[in-house]
Structure formats: structure tokens, C-alpha cells
Design a protein around this ligand. Sequence first.
Ligand code: 1PR
Length: 578
Amino acid sequence: MAMAAASSSFLAPRADALAGPARRGARRVVARRPLTVAASKGEVTLLDYGAGNVRSVRNAIMKLGFTVKDVTTADEIMAADRLIFPGVGAYGSAMDILKQRGLVDPLREYCASGKPFMGVCLGLQLLFDGSEESGGVEGLGIIPGMVRKFDAPDLIVPHIGWNTLDVKKNSGLLKDVPPGDRLYFVHSFRATPEPNNEDWILATCDYGGEFVAAVQKNEVCACQFHPEKSGARGVGIFKNFLEGNVRETADKVVKSSAVGTDVGLARRVIACLDVRSNDSGDLVVTKGDSYDVREKDEGGDVRNLGKPVELAGKYYEQGADEVAFLNITGYRDLPLTDAPMLEVLRRSSETVFVPLTVGGGIRDFTDSNGKSYTALEVASAYFSSGADKVSIGSDAVYVAEAFYESGGVKDGTTSVEQISARYGAQAVVISVDPRRVYVADPSETKNKCVATKKPGPNGEQFCWWQCTVKGGREGRDIGAYELATAMEALGAGEILLNCIDEDGQGNGFDHELVGLVSEAVSIPVIASSGAGCPKHFTDVFEATNCSAALAAGIFHRGEVAISEVKAHMKSENVPTRM
Ligand code: 1PR
């Protein structure tokens, strides 16, 4: 594929990407890796058709001591002894690729042969007769039933986050998942249990109604959730598959309803790492107050709060539901060959088995050598390096402005539309960087105002939130409400709602802003900026319909651990993944 080729040109691993200031002309001494390599427990065949992040699946397999053999041809599929099919992206493009490569019949035959098979997410959906995604597409037809969009009224879609299972059968695959435990889902379409597929259903999940969470018939199994993104519990599911322990067990199935009231989709807690190079050229996690990341003392160095890969690992261990990396100087022109964020992702995804979002610089781009890349190519680079979602900041504002100027025309050429069409809406997050603007009367602006409980400096009773670009450096005449609604229309799957006024202040999230935007869209909204203590998380979950809350400073400075936030949420009966 042209895209993959273009991506790889700027994706070549840079061993020194994280090594600190470049020392031109210095002779580099390359440390040799020890020659002792642990013996492989066996080989697993992976069908990666190049449509997204399967790096984490690979990493989970390798962490368990197995080696990965990639397959691309029909013969290789038939020759496999144990096949993993991690479907990613949109249903239509996945089936197109399988057809082009002549893999449809071989996959059917492989599953019919009864050899071990594991599908993940889209890899489950493709087993069904077809999907209404991509305008109606035929699937592999191995399991009866159609995949349809979540359709319950007022449901936030995509279904993103950690949800509980209702296990229907005794199976070795899920034997280590205690009732009430949560696994990570991210999808807009789902299959439902029906009488003609009942014999396949291993577990269901409830989100606006019961849907298929896992299927199994003998050695052929598939999960709608992502084991490779479901922490240690999820990696254990892969272990059961890889070690050949998926057959029925004698243990009794315990229903998740027996575990109490904390069932269903959890409210997520996200750790955010604002990343940039400091003045010595080291890539550091920094954190500002209202987006000013420099120390206040003389010299004003960029604040250095730690190393990105180490901090991501720490927050994973503490129970973060997701980790976001924002390359806060991504709006500047950097040659793509110097994209150290790619290396951060590669290394983080080796040890962090929860979703990773990356943002900064996702837009059409011409590097200093005059070589041009599309936003889709930049995003593809991030996905293939280990990102599950990309977040678009400045470019989303320009796209929304053009969208309104054109009277709401969707021409399919924008970054948001292209990435969404290729990778699915759930992979596209919009990072909004707004600032509060007071007005005496809503007629003073074309943007949506609210009557505020925090009047302005001159007693103004109304305000709106002005979007900015380039990390808050430039305000535009478009509000957060208008940006969010345009982005939903263009195919974004989630809104990361920052607030420049509250950033780093520790006074709590801006409930008026979060309430306005989360009522305006039916995609998940992540509240961001201002967390100062665990109570601020339960406050924003109680006051608004947001799906997740994100914080940075309190975690980086060690003032509050993520586990403390979770414990507080649990004590306040907020659905929480512990
Ligand atoms: O415009 O697509 O290149 O993306 C740039 C990205 O970098 C955007 O997502 C933008 O939010 C981010 N960014 C740019 N400049 C800054 C800055 O701080 N100077 N950081 C910046 C945004 C805000 C939050 C922060 C929360 C929580 N950081 O992500 O983590 O406010 O902080 P807190 O808990 O300490 O209050 P593009």
C-alpha cells in the first residue's frame, strides 16, 4: 500500500531518538545486547493486514514468550497451527483487503478445520454474515448474524472503555477473569446474540442492550474487547489461547450480576503526558499553568517532570485506564525523521497494555527536505508505532472553520474524515484547547454562550469558550461547542476537552464547559484540566455526562496516585475499573 510505504520512510526507528542532545560528530558506542535469548515457547501466526495498531498484540504475544510469524498469503494461513486475527479499522476496508489478497476462503477453511483461531475486535465481527458498517458489507459468514450500529436512544457511541462481561459458558479462555472484572472495548458496531448463533456465544456485555462480547466453538474463539489493551487480565486471556487452554473447564460459571452493583461501563481515568524537547534537546514530560510550561525563575527552562516511557509505565502500574501523549510542539515544522514520539510509542507499547493516545502535529505536512505527507500518513505512522488513537488539535479547528464556511459540506478530504474512514471513528480524538470569553450579552458572538455561575471581571453573566490553535497561542472565532459538533459530524469518535484557564490550577474541572460539550455531542467527552484532588473526579462525573477525566500535574508531581483516585471513585459508587 502506498500509505504504508510512505509511512515507513519516516518511521525508521531512531535508536538515539531518546538519547538526549545530539552530539554531532561524536562517535557513538553502541551497547550490544546480551546474546542469551530466552527460548521461544512456540510460534504463533499473525494475520496483520496493515490497518492499524497490532503492535500491542505482537508485544503481548512476545511478552508471553512466543514468537510471531506474519502471514500474508492463503497458503501461509492454511499452514498455520495457531492463528491470531487482530482486526482493526473499518469493516469495509478490512473485507476489501481480505478479498484483494484472496484470504476470504482460506480464513473460512482454516476456521472450519478446527485449528486454534483467535479474532480480536473487528476480527470477531468479520466472522459474522456481514455488517451495516461501510454501507453494508458481507463478512466471512462463519457465524450467523449481522453486525449493527449501537442504536439505543441517548447512548454515547463509540462504546469506549472498560466494561463487565456476562460469561455464558465454561471456557478455559476466560477462566482467569473473575466476575465483575472489566475489559477494554472500543467499537461503534456490535453483533447481538440470536437463537441461530447461540451455540457460539461465550460471553455478552451490556451497553444499551446485550451484545456479543466473546464467541467460542472448540478451538475457534474471538473477543469483541481487546485483550492486549485490557491490562494483565487481558494478557492472561492471550496466554490461555497460546498455551492451548481454551477448551471448556469444569469450573462453574459465576454470573457477573452476583458481584454487586459495580457493573457496566466504567468512568475512565486518563493520565496525560505533555511531551516536548527541553532546551538541551532531551524529550521530557512537562506541565504548565494555563499552557505556560516554563519555570517562573530566571532563565525560564522548560519544566522537566520525568521521562515519557517511564512515566507511562508507572501510571499503567497504578491503574490508569488509558495514557495520552501530547507532543505539545507538534504544530512546529519538524522533519518527520526526527519524530521521537514514534520511539516513545514503540517502547511504551512493550510494557503498557492499556490504550495509548498520541497527539501533536497530526495534519498535512511538508518536511524540511520538501517531502510532503498527508495527515493520514502521519496518523498511520503513529498507529503502526503503537498508538490506538490519534488526537488532532490545531488542524481540527481549521477543518471546522472550513466546514461551517462551506455550509456543512463533507468532502471527505479532511484529516478527520480520512483517518476516521480508514481507521474507524473510535481512533480519532479531537483535542480542544479553549479559553473562556465573557460577554455581557450572547448577541455579541455567533458562538454558543451559557449563562455562567462565575461572572466575568465586569460582572458579565455569559461566556463562551474560544478555540485556540498552536498550543493556545492563537485564538480563533469558533467556540468549543461549535468545534465539537462539527467534529462529530465529520466522523471523530471522542473529544478531549482541555481548558486553558483551568490547566494546572488544581481548582477542579470546568463543569460549565464540560456540561455544555457533553450535552452537545453523543460521542464520549474526556474532561481535562484543573484536577487537584480525587474529589474533583467524582465531582465532574456527578455534574456532567462526561465519560472520562484526565489529569497531568497531580500525577506527575506525585501529589495523588491514580489508585487513590480510583479508590475514591469506588467509595462514591462511580463505576470504576479497579
Ligand atoms: O495542535 O494538533 O499539534 O496538537 C498539539 C497538542 O498539544 C494539543 O492536544 C494541545 O492540547 C497540546 N498542547 C499544546 N501546547 C500545550 C501546552 O501545555 N503548552 N498541552 C499543550 C495541552 C493540556 C492538557 C493537560 C491538562 C491537564 N495540555 O492535556 O494535560 O490540562 O493538566 P492538569 O491536570 O495539570 O490541569 P496539534
